[in-house]
Design a binder for this molecule. Structure first.
Ligand code: C5P
Length: 305
């Protein structure tokens, strides 16, 4: 799998040898399950798009060889209470996997400014890990190729490769790690929100019945590549929605309420619990955001693609 020299999200470097990496989220506009595999994973066909809703990872060198992860001062308490900073965090798992692969001995401080909620189906943790791989490569001047980073990413989760690729949109197959870029035309505006309760991806997959006749993403790919946004959203689809709705009643009623009150179609991203609507413009998206915030009395975000 190649992603060329433009691999990954934008990096910037300041004079104190500090690297700042943007860590974007993704939405799944289409997700079909093709088969259950012997390794317990599922064979997928999914269309992912990279959105403007981003965490940020700041990396700087440490003298003691340790890799130390902490939150930025501005990160909200909700994240401090729900996202662990220990070795289970995908950022540190990615960093350790990169250390094993390249043998680097230097240390780094990794400061995460978190805004993307966890267990949301937005790929927040995966994006953070992809940002760590790219940021450490740059900070430490590691001679590791894009292909090697992709191999490490594939071993850590199913969404990392798309976010590592830096592509705006792609059809992803296999577990999700095989990325085929898609030439998305036009701009897309979404408003997303979620209930307090997240969804555990493995629980959603394990209660799923694999469809006897899977839906193909090909017609939607055609419309997206032609820039026919209005027609395209008729074909947005997520096979995991019913299984996730059984696990998360709050998400199910939120989808129903948004649909009833806004007269917009509502979709779920990934395995949830984020749900989203498409809007015609940035202005319409901001109006919808305010409407949903009042209706649901919770935060909502404008995601641009
Ligand atoms: O790869 P990721 O960490 O996102 O996967 C979390 C869990 O979701 C896996 O342990 C597996 O149970 C399930 N999964 C799956 N098939 C996929 C992706 C994830 O069954 N293609």
């Amino acid at each position: 799998m190649t992603c060329g020299s433009a691999c990954g999200p934008p990096l910037s470097e300041d004079s104190r040898r500090q690297i700042v990496v943007s860590s974007p989220s993704k939405l799944n506009l289409f997700l079909e399950v093709l088969a259950r595999r012997d390794d317990g994973f599922h064979e997928l066909e999914t269309i992912m798009v990279r959105t403007s809703f981003c965490d940020t990872l700041r990396l700087s060198p440490r003298d003691d060889g340790r890799l130390v992860l902490r939150f930025s001062d501005a990160t909200a308490d909700t994240f401090r209470n729900s996202v662990p900073l220990d070795q289970t965090n995908l950022i540190l798992r990615a960093a350790e996997a990169l250390r094993n692969r390249t043998g680097f001995s230097e240390g780094a401080d990794l400061v995460l400014h978190k805004v993307i909620p966890p267990q949301a189906g937005l790929g927040g943790g995966s994006g953070n890990a992809a940002a760590a791989l790219l940021g450490l490569r740059r900070l430490l001047g590691l001679s590791v190729t894009d292909e090697e980073l992709h191999e490490i990413a594939a071993g850590l989760g199913s969404d990392l490769n798309f976010l590592l690729s830096g592509e705006r949109a792609a059809v992803c197959r296999g577990r999700g790690e095989i990325v085929s870029p898609l030439k998305l035309r036009g701009r897309y505006f979404f408003v997303a929100t979620r209930p307090d309760q997240g969804n555990e991806t493995n629980r959603i997959f394990s209660s799923l019945r694999v469809p006897p006749e899977p839906v193909s993403c090909a017609p939607l790919v055609q419309l997206l590549e032609r820039g026919e946004a209005a027609g395209a959203d008729q074909l947005f689809f997520n096979r995991l929605t019913d299984a996730a709705s059984l696990h998360n009643a709050a998400m199910r009623s939120m989808m129903q309420e948004i649909q009833r009150c806004s007269r917009q179609r509502v979709w779920m991203s990934g395995s949830g619990s984020t749900v989203f609507v498409r809007c015609q413009s940035y202005t319409a998206a901001n109006q919808m955001r305010r409407f949903l915030q009042q209706l649901l009395r919770r935060d909502a975000w404008v995601l641009q693609v």
